[in-house]
Design a protein around this ligand. Sequence first.
Ligand code: ADP
Ligand code: DP6
Length: 323
Amino acid sequence: MAQYQASARAHTNIALIKYWGKKDQQLILPMNGSLSLTLDKFYTDTSVSYDKNLTQDEFYLNGAQKEDPKVMHFMDIVRQNTGFDSHAVIKSTNHVPTAAGLASSASAYAALALAATAAANKKFDRQKLSRIARRGSGSATRSIFGGFAEWLEGTDDQSSYAQPLEYENDWDIRMIAIVIDDQPKKVSSRQGMQTVVATSPFYSEWIKSAKTDLKNIKTALASQDFKHFGEIAESNALKMHALNLSAQPHFNYFAPASIIAMNIIEEIRELGYPCYYTMDAGPNVKVICKNADLSVILRQLQNHFPADHLLVAAPGPGAQLLD
Ligand code: ADP
Ligand code: DP6
């Protein structure tokens, strides 16, 4: 008997040029292209098992059954793409805090896209998987790939997908996640970006500026200019957070310790160790640095944060099937 079951692992990615707004809510087409680094430390494992006797999908997250309309809707999109009609039992485990700005939705939907299509015996190429993952959560588009990835904004379902960016460099890049709070946030990414697009008076400037940042950060990557690379990433993140402050109603993802962390990173940089921060839809701050400077930077950070709140990640692989 054919086995309609598969498991997959996908790693989270952290955007250095952010996606923060949709031009199509239903297809999840972004207002601007984005660029990210997939991380080895944080990931989601998901298994999908189709059962023709089921009348609806069953979803378990970290061992507990959940009603999640986004997962159900996503499975309908998978069924449209595979032509395989059964419902499934989906079991997912996050090795990353859920909804805390550490990109659980990115690893979640990349893993689910791969597992759910493979369980239907479809072997889609990565571009197609990236497009399917996009329909679950925009940032998942990029988690199909390892290392640096660029999400091409596109104009329709066909043209909006991620691709890997392979640059030769000797940076041996690391990302330190300073875990300030790993509890779910109050304003989801989906809600936050929608409010910003609808109300921020700066939104059209953001789109222009993010497009310029994307072009320039690729030049910095290609020319191995770490300083410029870090400066663009840091500035892009701050512009995204400035949109939130300018929205109606305004909101923000900063905790007092997030601001402290950003100031400390700037101080470490002034000591001569190149390091730059980025922040997503949550209070945790992520620091980009080279492996060669990692131990000094960690030591400095340990003067202010408990060592077990400083999680070091290296570039991680793309989504893969598990045995
Ligand atoms: P994060 O910063 O963690 O990405 P988001 O608000 O972007 O936060 O996304 C969190 C949402 O992603 C959760 O509320 C849930 O709907 C979804 N999610 C997280 N993990 C999983 C998973 N393993 N499987 C399916 N959906 C998940
Ligand atoms: C700040 O991908 O979680 O992390 O597409 O609505 O599911 P939806 O949003 P999501 O938003 C990610 C926002 C971000 C920036 C980024 O990853 O580019």
